[in-house]
Design a protein around this ligand. Structure first.
Ligand code: SF4
Length: 433
């Protein structure tokens, strides 16, 4: 028996900048869960061509929202060729009935508790339509084979996940719907084993908040310190700067850059989002403290909240340049299915499209309150252009002298994307605006 595991691109004709990408962990977990006598092939369409004619018995496709239409096209192609197709991932979990219109079977939520049962059922000709384990055991070790990626240097970072679940249930996020309200941990010895067995030196912790449970995080950082790795991850800024020991341990364990979901520099919006950051001064002093530890800051900003006016773009960029932030992701608010934001916007008739290809947090798919959709779209593109201009890169460099190579390498990667994005928006303008 042979299983083909696929992560599709959004657009089969285009690939993302490799430097900004990482391997899709879900595929390597599925491969690790598959009984050894079964041959498994992993294909990430961002780097590999998908051969629709290849020999296999079962095809597993994992997708988010933006690449769901491509996943559905692939389902059709493989089914035409007599293959059985299973869909899983964020989007099929949120909309399993939509996914079942395209696939033979859907895995809802995490695959850890159901993948082996699904394979057995398939072998016995008894495949069910849906598989779901709401709280699989995270305690057992699942080997993940990244050797091909590391040998061929296909990606810069190897992904690791240490926790699942989030108690906050933010309006625009579906993580709580996906993984539940309770934070569940993967045993630290399994994380250490993942790192050691991968043979890699550079890692990305995929957790929505690598310090969400400070006691666990401190133990984790102490355990990985002797491994002498470099890592980047996402963290809550208020938790981190309120705990000096945590910040120190993160730095000592190899943390080189942290992503912070700042989202907005508007105090009204920060209050609405119930962020623990109370004011801009608080945020600025937090930045200083993190930089002192030699950790680069990547901020994630979101444009398009109901309070945002056309002034938001310039205010945001000025704030980020003034604080000499290393890199920034400029996103537009995206009403992903499964979130309260989606339900509200649908009820209010504010969705411009439900073509999921555009649900990529870069494209405006709704009517904002205080500007027209195209103003929001162009404002976002210009903010990125301004932040990654040569003068801004040079100005911000003085605040990031502690890691000049990483500073210029990461800024260069983002600068290259500015033109790509402007071209893409010009291309889709007539389709959406
Ligand atoms: S945005 Fe972050 S804090 Fe809010 S629900 Fe999602 S993962 Fe949790």
């Amino acid at each position: 028996m042979k299983i083909l595991l696929i992560s599709p691109t959004v657009d089969a004709e285009k690939r993302t900048n490799k430097g900004l990408m990482m391997p899709q962990l879900a595929l390597y977990i599925l491969a690790g869960l598959t009984p050894q006598e079964i041959e498994v092939k992993v294909v990430e369409e961002e780097i590999d061509h998908i051969d629709l004619e290849q020999e296999c018995n079962l095809v597993g496709i994992s997708c988010l929202t933006a690449n769901a239409p491509r996943a559905y096209d692939l389902c059709q192609e493989f089914k035409k060729r007599g293959k059985t197709v299973v869909l899983g991932g964020v989007h099929p979990t949120i909309l399993p009935d939509e996914a079942l219109q395209h696939a033979d079977c859907v895995v809802v939520g995490e695959a850890e508790g159901v993948w082996e049962t699904l394979i057995n059922d398939f072998r016995n000709g008894n495949l069910k339509r849906k598989y779901h384990d709401p709280s699989p055991d995270l305690g057992r070790y699942i080997p993940k084979d990244f050797s091909k990626i590391i040998k061929k240097r296909l990606y810069n970072l190897i992904p690791i996940m240490t926790t699942k679940g989030c108690p906050y249930n933010c309006d625009f996020c579906c993580v709580t719907n996906l993984f539940g309200k309770e934070i569940r941990h993967i045993p630290i010895e399994n994380i250490v084993r993942d790192i050691q067995e991968s043979g890699a030196k550079n890692f990305l912790f995929l957790d929505d908040n690598i310090i969400g449970h400070p006691k666990y995080s401190k133990e984790l950082f102490k355990a990985i310190k002797p491994l002498k790795i470099n890592w980047v991850g996402q963290a809550s800024i208020s938790l981190l700067v309120g705990d000096d020991e945590l910040l120190q341990l993160a730095s000592e364990s190899g943390c080189k850059m942290l992503f912070f979901g700042i989202e907005s520099v508007s105090i009204e919006q920060i209050k609405i989002m119930r962020k623990a950051i109370q004011d801009i001064e608080h945020l600025e002093s937090a930045f200083k403290k993190i930089k002192k530890m030699g950790i680069l800051i990547h901020a994630s900003m979101v444009f398009g909240f109901d309070n945002d006016t056309t002034e938001v773009f310039d205010d945001t960029v000025q704030f980020l340049i003034k604080n000499k932030v290393n890199t920034v992701s400029f996103n537009v608010l995206t009403p992903y299915p499964g979130t309260k934001t989606y339900q509200d916007m649908k009820k209010e008739g504010r969705l411009i499209t439900t073509d999921w290809r555009y649900y990529d947090h870069n494209t405006v798919v709704f009517k904002p309150k205080n500007m027209i959709p195209y103003e929001l779209q162009i404002g976002k593109v210009k903010a990125r252009k301004q932040f990654y201009s040569i003068s801004s890169v040079l100005k911000r460099f003085t605040g990031n002298l502690y890691n000049p190579i990483a500073y210029f390498a990461t800024n260069y990667g983002h600068m290259k994307q500015v033109k790509v994005e402007a071209k893409r928006i010009a291309k889709i303008k007539s389709e959406l605006f």
